[in-house]
Design a protein around this ligand. Structure first.
Ligand code: DGL
Length: 293
């Protein structure tokens, strides 16, 4: 484990390198949860190399202020840019909700978040145009999902609720535990009477609990509710943007993915391999001070 920045680091604001299609995709999250998005990017874009940064020293973001999240997200994106990424995916719903607009136009490479892909899929799939959103407290407070959905279809009714305890339950591995079922029922009761037919899993961790969430919401609504995994939708959009810009890699990466964390690498691997559904080999700890200005 080392803490240094690479000697060959490029300026974050430099011009597009010649071999951009061979450069990795940068994926950023507040911690471990973004690995659900990485899993999807690996599945849908198997030739791409990934450089991941999980800000495990400063997680959770979901209970922090907009100002703090913007600063942390900018620092993390600058770190990824120094690793010559051709695109940045902000996998964290909270960071996407609060900081994407602030950051997206600062760089020459595409920077995407998870809110627009998740919203667009929800609007496309909801027959009744009645959509539920679950996420962290900060994501729900930001109203990023309802605002984005209403821009896509002003007629849509959106109902939101924060489900903060889902994050530790997913990390604990209590995916179908009695306690998780009970908590899920408590949270999702908020949607009783809304008649939603689509529910956006607006947090990186929630796809891990999708079986439990599906059972609770179907029971509470009284009819099947479609779940939207923002990570799945984000990987689709990332693929489309790279294809449109002729930036898809033709090479097979095999073991070249790189994972950086700002703290607790052992826990990151232990929990993360469950989220990712595969082994993580190349992990490095970066001092959180290095991300600061
Ligand atoms: N990654 C965060 C999100 O998707 C959840 C964990 C946190 O609060 O930082 O909103």
């Amino acid at each position: 484990m080392t803490n240094s920045r690479p000697e060959s680091a490029a300026s974050p604001l430099m011009d597009t390198p010649q071999t951009l299609s061979d450069q990795p995709i940068g994926i950023f999250d507040s911690g471990i949860g973004g690995l659900t998005v990485v899993k999807e990017v690996m599945r849908q874009l198997p030739n791409e190399r990934i450089v991941y940064l999980g800000d495990t020293a400063r997680v959770p973001y979901g209970t922090k202020s907009d100002r703090t999240i913007k600063a942390f997200t900018l620092q993390s994106c600058l770190f990824l840019l120094e690793h010559d990424v051709k695109m940045i995916v902000i996998a964290c719903n909270t960071a996407s909700a609060v900081a994407l607009d602030f950051i997206a136009n600062m760089f020459k490479i595409p920077v995407i978040g998870v809110i627009v892909p998740g919203s667009s899929a929800a609007v496309g799939r909801s027959v009744k145009q009645r959509i539920g959103i679950i996420g962290t407290q900060t994501t729900v407070n930001s109203e990023a999902y309802p605002i984005t959905i209403k821009k896509m279809n002003a007629e849509t009714e959106v109902f939101s609720h924060a489900c903060s305890l889902f994050v530790p339950l997913a990390e604990e591995g209590w995916l179908d535990h009695d306690v998780t079922q009970q908590i899920s029922g408590e949270y999702l009761r908020h949607f009783a009477g809304t008649n939603i037919d689509t529910l956006v899993l607006g947090c990186t961790h929630y796809p891990m609990l999708s079986t439990t969430i599906q059972k609770s919401i179907d029971r509470i609504i009284g009819s099947p509710v479609g779940l939207i995994d923002s990570g799945v939708e984000t990987a689709k959009i990332a693929k489309k943007i790279l294809a449109d810009k002729k930036l898809l890699s033709a090479k097979t990466p095999r073991g070249q993915h790189k994972f950086y964390v700002t703290d607790m690498p052992k826990n990151f691997v232990k929990v993360g391999e469950r989220f990712l559904g595969s082994k993580m080999e190349d992990i490095e700890t970066v001092n959180v001070e290095i991300l600061g200005f």
